[in-house]
Design a protein around this ligand. Structure first.
Ligand code: FE2
Length: 292
């Protein structure tokens, strides 16, 4: 069984136009967990009709943003003229590459009705060779994302990236990434082999569980250790404790092991490339969002 290196509790942070997010990293102590740059749990926030907030126009360069909605709906618009709604269960895997300007705002019908906004954003770094690649979107509806469910319905696994329980994700990634949403009924366990050289993280969305003999609760991130015990791969295991379901994001990936220079929405290898990104953005080379 893979041991735990550290358990981090998410910090509440105000982002975008005033959305409260719970952020296990980056923090003052943890800049990144290679190849991951950020994990935000947006909400859950309950909005009265007409009050839902979002993330107005902003640029990105040098990495990927992955949005996964659990509740509510965000409308996405960008400088390439793309527009779409990410609703509950959907995933948008956006490769910013050389640069995009986009916005993620509450969908009109959701803003009007109000309700609960609950979702995630993960930032996945790109290797130097892919940082200036052309932007790409993989908008994936919930219905197209493979799900495994055990016969007794105690184990539910949504395979967003990589493969698990005999299911292969439809989203493709630049470097090997595993992204699973696992829901366990009380007492149920889940195991997943993750190569030891890969970073492995588990974020508890709700419920409580036992991870390598340690009790972990909602809003906590488990960082598994990468110690080499001589095995080719090692298994991440967790069990739902208490009387409610345990909902977990299991995220793993191959470290890139390159220098990181980051400034807000730009993540490159060297400071000079960050300066260039700022100039390119200010001079409009990442485009702008047209008013529809
Ligand atoms: Fe963004």
């Amino acid at each position: 069984m893979r041991a735990i290196k550290e358990i981090v509790t998410a910090e509440a942070v105000r982002e975008g136009a005033g959305v409260i997010v719970h952020r296990p990293f980056p923090t003052r102590e943890i800049d990144n967990i290679d190849p991951f740059l950020l994990l935000d749990h947006m909400g859950p926030n309950d909005y009265a009709p007409g009050t839902a907030k979002g993330f107005p126009d902003h640029p990105h360069r040098g990495f990927e943003t992955v949005s996964y909605m659990l509740e509510g709906a965000l409308e996405h618009r960008d400088s390439a003229g793309n527009k779409g709604i990410i609703a509950a269960g959907d995933v948008q895997w956006m490769t910013a590459g050389a640069g995009v300007v986009h916005s993620e705002m509450p969908a009109e019908s959701f803003r009007e009705s109000g309700g609960r906004l609950n979702g995630f954003q993960l930032w996945v770094n790109l290797p130097k060779s892919d940082k200036m690649t052309a932007p790409r979107y993989q908008d994936t509806l919930a219905a197209n994302i493979p799900i495994y469910e055990s016969e007794d319905k105690s184990v539910w696994v949504k395979v967003i990236a990589g493969s698990s329980m005999g299911k292969q994700a439809v989203i493709s990634t630049h470097i090997p990434i595993l992204y699973l949403h696992v829901i366990l009924q009380p007492g149920a366990s889940f195991s997943q082999a993750v190569p030891l050289a890969h970073t492995a993280l588990a974020y508890v969305i709700s419920g409580q569980g036992k991870f390598a003999e340690k009790k972990v609760e909602a809003d906590q991130l488990v960082i598994f250790s990468n110690h080499d015990n001589g095995a080719d791969s090692d298994v991440v295991t967790f069990t739902a404790e208490g009387n409610q379901a345990l909902s977990v994001l299991l995220i793993a990936g191959e470290p890139i092991n390159e220098p990181i220079a980051r400034y807000g929405p730009f993540v490159m290898n060297y400071p000079a490339e960050i300066k260039q990104a700022l100039v390119d953005y200010q001079e409009g080379r990442m485009g702008q969002i047209n008013v529809f």
